[in-house]
Write a protein that binds this ligand. Structure first.
Ligand code: ATP
Ligand code: MG
Length: 563
């Protein structure tokens, strides 16, 4: 692992098999100027796996003074929606990357792609096939047996051209005919057994409207779009390794303006979640989560709403590096990067999630004061703030025990603790309701301990966070856990069976320090002793709602320390 620092990762020279190849190509002159692209299909939201591809494509372009295009691979109008296009752009920007011009679209090139399909036909390298999907599967053969030629394989270029034009004119129904590249039905690589390159889909397209009813598929659109854009290094995930011969065959048989090369790297996989768009779509459509940006989702919009900073996501991706071997990473590694970043950058505030009222009996009624608190001990520049204090405060219910065991250093009858930034208090009485529940504590404070130290040098073992009752802002807080109870839920089609029923816990009546009332959405803050939190989308000063990004406990750092 490459332990780069979050804040200056751009300064270090990164080495991996792709960057080393780019360096070589630039040195030899094979590449004049690097062009990459990030090519999402707009049929869902981007997830943490896409972050790897984004960081690689935009990162390589940035590091080598080239450009990276954002290109929508919008060749299937049946699955694509404007909402996805917009969300993808917003997510890439949020990750901190920019593209030169407007985003590109495979659909921008439909005219050229169509002309190139006719070119293949004319040259005798493509034919129109009438086999239906099932027949085509039968003819394709298997990994161990060669395929068979379609009875339509030897149509003349004239006949093919006529049929293809009639496909374009809308004369045939969906699936009735396809255009196939004429390569080799006996090839050891099934992708080379006359792959389909154009199909009939009678659906209007978000960008080209009713102009087309035939659409190129991924294999025919992708490499050709790369060539049109002058992409030098086309970076994709390992499952496309077997498509590379087809990628190269098409480039070799078409009059493309450039000859891009494809390189494959391993996908990012993570435990306790799913990263397949099909599965994520199912979670959204069946209502198992509250939309694509649900903070439990591994989507970039979910992580953002959860309060994870993009710097930490970039750091995470760079630590994983780029290799050719598949691996599965624990979410604890991402969490570790997030904590490391937030520890340095998030301001501290006090909030009580499960409040227990404390009345300080020797604090004069009607009096209040403001106490100085440090905003971030890791960042002097974050300054100080004033926190109101008065006769009634809230502490956390589990910071008090009526009959505490030896190792419990918080509050108990007759015990003295420090209130963060305030005073020492001693518990003098416990008030219960008729059912025997503790509803209030009575305490005294020592006015000499203002700021948290006793002039006589006496020590206390515990320091508690608290919020002034008169000034507290009421809030709702959402706490999250893994979305699944199984480490590898995606391996089964019944993956929704292992959804974690406790992945979301909602707390109401939480008490916040007043400065948290109008906390900006998008800014994550540490609630002292509790964790990192950020306002949910739609949180208002009147009705604040906070999402817990994560607790302060770093399980990954512990695993690392144990070695
Ligand atoms: P899915 O397989 O879930 O449908 P996809 O790969 O089809 O996802 P695309 O929108 O086509 O999603 O992906 C855009 C780019 O992001 C592609 O280059 C793809 O290789 C890359 N990518 C997708 N998932 C991952 C991942 N888990 N790790 C790294 N790169 C990924
Ligand atoms: Mg894809």
């Amino acid at each position: 692992m490459n332990h780069s620092d979050t804040d200056d990762d751009a300064a270090k020279e990164v080495h991996d098999f792709i960057r080393d190849r780019v360096r070589e190509d630039l040195a030899s002159g094979a590449t004049k100027s690097v062009v990459t692209r990030f090519p999402p299909e707009p049929n869902g939201y981007l997830h943490i796996g896409h972050a790897k591809s984004i960081c690689l494509n935009f990162g390589v372009a940035e590091e080598f003074g080239g450009v990276c295009n954002l290109r929508f691979d919008d060749t299937n109008p049946a699955k694509e929606e404007q909402e996805f296009l917009d969300a993808i752009e917003a997510d890439v920007r949020w990750m901190g990357f920019k593209w030169d011009d407007a985003p590109r679209h495979a659909s921008d090139y439909f005219d050229t792609l169509y002309a190139w399909a006719e070119h293949l036909i004319t040259e005798g390298h493509a034919y129109v096939d009438d086999l239906n999907a099932e027949e085509m599967r039968e003819y394709r053969g298997t990994l161990t047996e060669p395929g068979k030629n379609s009875p339509h394989r030897d149509r003349t270029p004239e006949e093919n051209l006529d049929l293809f034009r009639r496909m374009k004119a809308g004369e045939f129904v969906d699936g009735a005919r396809v255009l196939r590249a004429k390569i080799d039905m006996a090839s050891g690589n099934i992708n080379m057994r006359d792959p389909v390159i154009y199909r009939i889909i009678k659906k209007p397209h978000p960008r080209t409207g009713d102009k087309w009813c035939i659409y190129p598929n991924y294999d025919f659109a992708h490499g050709q779009s790369d060539a049109i854009e002058g992409v030098t290094h086309s970076l994709c995930t390992l499952e496309f390794e077997d498509h590379r011969p087809l990628y190269e065959w098409l480039i070799a048989h078409l009059p493309t303006p450039s000859q891009p090369r494809q390189y494959e790297f391993a996908r990012l996989n993570m435990t306790y979640t799913v990263l397949s768009k099909r599965r994520l779509t199912q979670l959204v459509e069946e209502g198992h989560v509250n939309g694509w940006d649900d903070p439990r989702m591994p989507t970039l919009s979910g992580l953002r709403r959860r309060g994870m900073p993009p710097e930490a996501i970039r750091d995470f991706v760079s630590r994983l590096g780029v290799t050719k071997s598949d691996s599965v990473v624990e979410p604890a590694v991402l969490d570790h990067c997030v904590r490391e970043h937030l520890n340095k950058h998030a301001e501290r505030r006090m909030a009580v999630l499960n409040p227990l009222k404390v009345v300080i009996e020797n604090y004069p009624e009607g009096q209040s004061e403001e106490l100085e608190a440090v905003n971030n001990p890791e960042d002097e520049g974050a300054g100080m703030r004033m926190v109101p204090f008065g006769r009634e405060i809230y502490i956390e219910q589990d910071d008090f025990m009526e009959d505490p065991p030896k190792k419990f250093f918080r509050l108990g009858p007759g015990r003295e603790v420090r209130l963060r930034w305030a005073y020492f208090i001693t518990c003098t009485d416990v008030i219960k309701d008729d059912a025997g529940n503790i509803v209030e504590l009575r305490c005294t404070y020592d006015p000499e301990t203002k700021g948290g130290n006793a002039p006589d040098g006496r020590k206390v073992k515990g320091t508690l966070h608290w919020v002034s009752a008169a000034d507290a802002v009421d809030a709702e807080v959402h706490q999250y856990d893994h979305l699944f109870t199984e480490p590898n839920p995606g391996k089964s089609d019944n993956f929704v069976d292992c959804l974690n029923p406790d992945s979301l816990t909602t707390l109401t009546g939480c008490k916040l320090e007043p400065s948290l009332g109008a906390w900006p959405v998008g800014q994550t803050v540490q609630f002292e002793r509790l964790g990192y939190f950020c306002p949910d989308l739609g949180s208002t000063a009147e009705q604040p709602v906070f999402n817990r990004t994560m607790t302060l406990r770093d399980t990954w750092a512990k695993i690392q320390a144990k070695g």
